[in-house]
Design a protein around this ligand. Structure first.
Ligand code: PEP
Ligand code: MG
Length: 311
């Protein structure tokens, strides 16, 4: 289908000269998964599993988790799906897991850090995910949220492999992890950049606070320079690097991220067509040239206008 101003998209993410960039869906429940599949997502780049836990008074049993995940994975039978393990803590506290009150929850025991104290909870989730992969026929990988170091990435990958899951990756959403991208790639099969948190931690600006929203603009050249560093590591190691934060849903920024070496972009269902069409309208070389120009821009406004000019 064609949408005004967006052009055509044939459902396979690529530039006009055939450089592949997978266009994937972000999902968090069965309804989102059907919407993403209907919108033409080539797979799922981020399945947020929190929905299964958030309203639960206690940890859901493995069998219950397995059924819940299967319902989300089924629309993507035969397609790649990245399941993110529980991202609890900070803005998503869980009664049965979260530590006592922390002075700065965004900097506290959240994401994978919860699993260092409670590896049994992670192992049961991995067991449920492996079961759901078998039940649904989806091509499942797992990834961990809020990873800071290569050692943490290696710890997670080892547990995922022990659970029989073929591929393990991590999110890069902490600046230290971006700077350690090369070592992290050596420990895992892929990475996915969470630009919402990466912006928050790079600019020391709460992602939920309107007063600092201009700092959390995904067109900030400093944020894009971190992504460029990750892209370099992806090229050097030949491993995939995706983006699953809000940045990936902007059709013009999608071109920049492609030019920075990202190999997949994952977004809400409503953005899939626009991003696919935007990539199909430019060459790989145009994306690379645009990326270099945007990296050198002094501010987000200039970066945006450089990208619009090429549209
Ligand atoms: C992100 O931080 O960019 C991300 C995709 O994860 P979440 O928004 O769930 O924290
Ligand atoms: Mg995040």
């Amino acid at each position: 289908s064609t949408k005004a101003g967006l052009g055509e998209w044939d459902g396979v993410g690529k530039t006009s000269d055939g450089h592949r960039v997978k266009v994937l869906g972000n999902v968090g429940a069965p309804g989102d998964a059907h919407a993403a599949a209907d919108a033409g997502a080539e797979g799922v780049g981020l399945f947020r599993t929190e929905f299964c836990y958030l309203d639960a008074p206690a940890e859901p049993a493995v069998a219950e988790q397995r059924m819940a995940y299967t319902a989300v994975l089924t629309p993507f039978a035969g397609k790649p799906v990245i399941v993110r393990t529980l991202d609890a803590g900070a803005d998503k506290p869980l009664d049965f897991l979260s530590p006592e009150a922390e002075p700065n929850p965004a900097l506290g025991v959240r994401g994978l850090r919860v699993a260092f104290d409670r590896p049994d909870v992670l192992d049961r989730q991995l067991e449920a995910i492996a079961g759901a992969a078998a039940d649904s026929g989806a091509d499942v990988s797992v990834m961990a949220p809020m990873v800071a170091t290569a050692a943490e990435a290696a710890w997670f990958a080892e547990r995922a492999r022990a659970a029989g899951i073929a591929r393990a990756g991590v999110m890069i959403e902490i600046p230290a992890a971006a700077l350690a991208a090369r070592e992290i790639f050596d420990a895992v099969d892929f990475v996915s950049v969470g630009t919402n948190d990466l912006a928050q931690y790079t600019f020391a600006a709460d992602r939920q606070l309107g007063a600092v929203a201009t700092l959390n603009d995904p067109w900030q050249p400093a944020l894009l320079r971190l992504i460029a560093w990750i892209g370099e590591a992806a090229r050097a190691t030949g491993k995939p690097a995706g983006v699953c934060g809000e940045a990936a849903a902007d059709p013009l920024l999608a071109r920049v991220l492609t030019g920075l070496g990202m190999t997949s972009l994952s977004m809400n269902a409503s953005s899939i067509h626009g991003v696919g069409a935007s990539l199909a309208a430019v060459t790989w070389e145009e994306c690379e040239t645009l990326a270099q120009a945007v990296l050198a821009a002094p501010d987000p406004g200039t970066a945006r206008s450089l990208a619009s000019r090429k549209d």
